[in-house]
Design a protein around this ligand. Structure first.
Ligand SMILES: *Cc1c(COP(=O)(O)O)cnc(C)c1O
Length: 350
């Protein structure tokens, strides 16, 4: 909603909360010859004896350049998981508020809701894995604070129709989080370019997938300056460690390498679709806008254990709504993908 007062959505205790002021926050204009005896650090130099920049300024500057947003519209977290948790803590009153999720989708939204004692209202996607806009808006009540849209969605692999997303952005009276963990594999545009239009829009991205840095845990939140300022007040002061900041910056200056890997994954995705369609027990391969494929097969539990026995670990999604007998395959290296196909062929003949 364009004329929503975001301050009114905040939890009462968050409205006036004071951030912890770290030593590094209080004195930032460091020059090389200054003496820093303010933070009880070990003074002997290694590359990590000092606390890291609590605002991760260099990484944010680079992201701002790449994405065309202001650094004040960016918050970084220890993975998207931390960013999502901060959103719960900023907006959802435990034991009173609720969030809306659209299963089948990423499991962390409901885990974090449980953790924060926030009720979950689930509205299943439709048969084409699209949001049921009317039903979602009818489900919303006074206490519905966040709507989670995962696009491209995990595990269904599709991006949501932009008309549906826009309807929700225009009519949902709370925060709309669009989780774009897989946006770099997608043909659809990021909603980042619409950030300034919707005060309730939060876009999350991550370095864990296309950027190949799952191990450093770096999640990104883009939102209005107001929302970012609130999240900044409640985040742990040094939530992104020095090694992660260094590694992220290094990768973000070599985008040509990232692009090469993404291109390879996209090429492999098409090859894999062709080859999978020749496996007799695969009933359908859902269209993918991500770096994985959701496939419907004859018996997911049986095929899952047959694959495990032959050393291939896939994700069994059969217990998820609308995903009966579905497995999820991440696109691997060309060699890994060939191994998957060979193994599936072997299994289908036995
Ligand atoms: C993998 C994934 C993430 C990434 O989470 P990180 O904590 O940043 O590693 C976020 N959202 C979805 C939907 C994912 O599948």
């Amino acid at each position: 909603m364009k004329d929503l007062n975001i301050n009114n959505l905040l939890r009462e205790n968050i409205k006036n909360i004071k951030a912890y002021s770290s030593a590094r926050d209080e004195y930032k204009d460091a020059t090389a010859d200054m003496v820093f005896i303010d933070a009880n650090e070990n003074p002997f130099q290694s590359n990590v004896n000092r606390y890291p920049d609590p605002q991760q300024s260099k990484v944010k500057q680079r992201l701002a350049e790449i994405k065309g947003v202001k650094t004040s519209q960016i918050l970084l977290g220890n993975g998207s998981d931390e960013v999502l948790d901060l959103l719960f803590r900023a907006f959802c009153e435990p034991n009173r508020d609720n969030v809306i999720t659209l299963p089948p989708t990423y499991g962390m939204y409901s885990v974090l809701a449980d953790l924060n004692a926030v009720e979950i209202q689930s509205v299943l996607l439709d048969d084409n894995f699209e949001p049921k806009v009317e039903e979602i808006l009818a489900t919303q009540d006074m206490n519905s604070k966040i709507l989670f849209l995962c696009s491209p969605n995990n595990p269904t692999a599709n991006s949501f129709n932009s008309h549906n997303v826009e309807e929700l952005l225009n009519n949902f009276k709370g925060i709309v989080v669009i989780d774009e963990a897989y946006i770099d594999f997608s043909n659809s545009d990021s909603w980042l370019s619409r950030l300034n239009e919707f005060p309730n829009l939060v876009v999350t991205q991550t370095l864990s997938k296309a950027y190949g840095l799952a191990g450093i845990r770096l999640g990104i939140c883009y939102a209005s300056e107001f929302i970012i300022s609130v999240l900044n007040k409640i985040k742990p002061p040094y939530n992104v460690n020095q090694l992660s900041q260094d590694k992220a910056l290094e990768r973000l200056t070599r985008l040509d390498e990232v692009k090469k890997e993404v291109d390879s994954i996209l090429t492999e995705r098409e090859i894999l679709i062709t080859k999978l369609s020749e496996i007799s027990f695969i009933k359908s391969i859902y269209p993918s806008d991500a770096n994985f494929l959701l496939v419907k097969i004859d018996d997911a539990n049986q095929r899952y254990s047959e694959l495990i026995k032959r050393g291939i670990v896939v994700r069994n999604r059969t217990t998820q709504p609308l995903c009966e007998n579905c497995l999820r395959f991440t696109i691997g290296t060309p060699t890994e993908n060939e191994k998957l196909i060979e193994t599936l062929q072997l299994i289908s003949k036995s």
